[in-house]
Design a protein around this ligand. Structure first.
Ligand SMILES: [Zn+2]
Length: 263
């Protein structure tokens, strides 16, 4: 199984090599800001693309957390769409395998239908130059991708769009657990809806099942049943990105934790 990690973006190749990882994930710029992507790699986009290819390292980009294309709030949705396109462009320029984005949410009193339709509009308005991987999230009552039923509605909304084939799914194990989705069936349940899992964010959770909290823990150090965590990774059969606390040594220990379980 290919196991990588979320790393600092300044030199993703060195970060991958420090973890003996075949791929890494990183942010391009401030994950909480609207400023747009920024690439810190000394060789620029072309250099990173060429150097990663030469080193055999796969790249994934995580969009900023603040991107929320589902919301009915124009002052968030419109800049979110712009940020999404900018990140698609920047991720494609470095040859990334995918851009990961959270499902977003509508406001407390909003009709979730508007959020599903806003997802459709966002996909129609964005020139997807690489796979866009929508990730399940842990919290919020009006989230688009916390519960399976909502994930299904997002997929229904996107399915008729021209670029539907470029939309994939990123399954985060911490978010699934904390979001209240049984890890015993989540892979099967998601596959029934999306037909695909393109990436697994393998994280333990500091919080209880259905707590709604998004606090990642190192593998075996949180509240997720270790056997279930390993089974989800195995059954998903997709590349893995660890988004666990710490740096190279902690990520190496987490990768070893998975390998000890035959992954
Ligand atoms: Zn994640």
């Amino acid at each position: 199984m290919d196991i990588g990690a979320h790393v600092d973006q300044a030199d993703p190749i060195a970060e991958a090599q420090a973890r003996n990882a075949p791929h890494v994930q990183f942010f391009l710029g401030d994950p909480q800001g609207y400023k747009g992507p920024e690439l810190q790699y000394a060789g620029g986009a072309e250099g990173l693309r060429a150097d990663a290819e030469a080193a055999g390292i796969g790249l994934y980009v995580h969009a900023p957390y603040i991107v929320n294309v589902a919301t009915t709030n124009n002052r968030i949705r419109i800049p979110s769409r712009k940020l999404l396109q900018q990140h698609v462009d920047a991720a494609a320029a470095i040859g990334a395998r995918g851009l990961i984005v959270h499902g977003g949410h509508v406001n407390k009193d909003d009709d979730p239908e508007k959020g599903f339709d806003n997802w459709r509009k966002a996909i129609e308005a964005t020139d997807l130059k690489l796979p866009l991987l929508i990730e399940n999230t842990a919290g919020g009552d009006n989230a688009m991708t916390r519960y399976l039923e909502r994930i299904g509605r997002v997929w229904d909304a996107i399915a008729p769009t021209e670029q539907a084939d470029l939309v994939g799914f990123c399954l985060d194990t911490c978010h699934a657990h904390a979001g209240g989705n049984s890890l015993e069936t989540v892979v099967e349940d998601v596959l029934k809806i999306t037909g695909r899992i393109d990436l697994v964010h393998c994280n333990d959770s500091r919080d209880e099942f259905d707590s709604g909290a998004d606090r990642h823990a190192n593998l075996g150090a949180g509240k997720v049943d270790p056997d279930l965590l390993a089974a989800v990774v195995r059954d998903a059969g997709a590349p893995v990105v660890l988004e666990t606390p710490g740096g190279a040594s902690e990520h190496t220990a987490d990768a070893d934790w998975l390998r000890e379980r035959g992954l």
